[in-house]
Design a protein around this ligand. Structure first.
Ligand SMILES: [Zn+2]
Length: 122
């Protein structure tokens, strides 16, 4: 249990570190950098009120709020790909017009990309 908590903190921290690095690089480069964090546990099932499934913290949700509050970026686009819907991230930003959440996930045993999988945030 303690190990899971520590690993979950590291996963959430990885997203924050990625945000810091991408923002810092974008301040010194003409070409906007692209960042990608592949972390476990993934975090997209954690809801705002707590953990769900294997997800303790909403890693990308934390990173999105962090980039808004610490770095002053207004709008964030989150792309989630997994066999499961990113319900926790969806719940975190359902009413937030500044966060666009795109979830691609498995539907009826077929991996459906960009069809019937876009979470209706707007
Ligand atoms: Zn999953």
């Amino acid at each position: 249990m303690v190990q899971t908590f520590q690993e979950s903190l590291m996963a959430a921290g990885a997203g924050i570190s990625l945000v810091d690095l991408v923002v810092a690089a974008s301040n010194i480069s003409q070409d906007p950098p692209i960042g990608f964090a592949l972390v476990r546990p993934p975090g997209h099932h954690a809801v705002p009120k707590g953990p769900m499934g294997f997800c303790v913290f909403g890693n990308v949700a934390i990173a999105a709020r962090y980039v808004q509050r610490v770095h002053g970026l207004k709008r964030v686009f989150i792309i989630d790909f997994d066999v499961h819907h990113g319900n926790g991230t969806n719940d975190a930003f359902y009413d937030d017009p500044d966060i666009f959440f795109l979830s691609t996930h498995q539907v009826s045993h077929n991996l459906m990309l960009l069809k019937n999988c876009i979470s209706p945030l707007f």
